[in-house]
Design a protein around this ligand. Sequence first.
Ligand code: 5AD
Ligand code: SF4
Length: 455
Amino acid sequence: MQYKGHAYINTIGCQMNVYDSEKLAAILNALGFHPTRDMDKADIVVCNTCSIRHKAEEKAFSFLGRFAKEKQKKPYLLTVMAGCVAQQEGKNAFKRLPHLDLVLGTQAFSRFGQHIAALQSGRRQIVDTGPADGFFEIMPDTADFCENQVSKFVTIMQGCDNFCTYCVVPYVRGSERSRAWESIVEEIRILADSGIREVTLLGQNVNSYGRKEGGISFARLLEKVAGVEGICRIRFATSHPKDLSSELIQAMTDLDKVCSHLHLPVQSGSDKILKKMNRGYTRDIYLSRINDLKKACPGIGLSTDIIVGFPSETRTDFNDTMSLLTEVQFDSIFAFAYSDRSSAPAAKFADQVKEKEKMDRLNQLLALQDQVTENINKKVKGQVVQVLVEGVSTRLHEKFVKTSDKMKQMTGRTASNKIVHFPSDTSGIGDLVDIKISDAYLHSLWGRPLERLTP
Ligand code: 5AD
Ligand code: SF4
């Protein structure tokens, strides 16, 4: 029997979860559950969860918790916990969520359809945290595409073998495996044919793409993707500093479509902490990679991830992280207070830092980065940048509203990943437009179009 109904999917966590949720949505759609943004209309609710920090995990439990009551009113409602928390908790999830119907681990996604069928025939409290049967991949169904979408994520590898001591990923997502380049390119071709202009290639450590399988390198994969007609921008995340090769830096300079932006998580500026984190590089090695990048790609946009308050981090270690921010001049950072994860080794490390101290350090770090970002953005004032138009801006700039009241305010991004707003009646979503920047703020740039470049 084919089920008819609506599916509500809540995605918590990283870009990879966003990608996985789209694939789960495709499976549900094929089974007759059509996507809805209205939770009250749902016949099935899926929460694709993240366990990287305690807060994300709690968010998943609290979201799914609210359906205990809902199920009393709607006994046919199916509830699913998918992804990293599901993998980590297994059947323990039922202790806090007895009304849950399915716990679907990170490597069980390909079996989602068969578990739904079992639920439909009356089974309850199904748990699947078993291993993957091949690389989970479903080609995009272009019929489901949101109109006017410009950019899509494409997962190129799953899992991680790095075992940074604070991180749950190797435990919840399994060991690293790369997808065949042919199917990556096929997926991107389908996306391009339906109007997608930008892809972001995703993996925990894209620099080691294909290494285990003996396939082509990540730099060569970029070349293949750059060959797909219709795609004008390629981004990727995440790069690991220890594996950032000169071959990749060369590919970034040689391939016009590869955006001049790199997200290179440093985590800490202290050698002592980097060692305890098992990151496999020192502060000097990191800084020398950054230097190579800046030399090879002048004007490159740089971003990073930082953890403050890792066990045994002293004020001196923290100051090393602060000074690294000043030295590198990142365009933006993602900063986190260290969150104890019982399955990661650092949970057992001595000298845990007090919560209040972690928060103080986090706020200090973010305040410093705000200054750095604002200064970098100010330097773009007066420059002409190329923007890929993503949509109509939800933010209005008083100056532009006054001078061009009837014009639409559009928004897009530079290759270096900065958000730009501008007034225009002629630029459409997916266009590449040259914008002269007139105002620069902490979170955005504002300007006016010079001319339309490509349709
Ligand atoms: N606590 C805080 N931040 C963490 N991250 C990973 N694990 C933890 C943790 N236990 C951060 C790292 C990583 C980003 C995705 O999340 O900075 O790069
Ligand atoms: Fe986690 Fe380290 Fe792997 Fe990144 S490289 S996913 S931080 S273990």
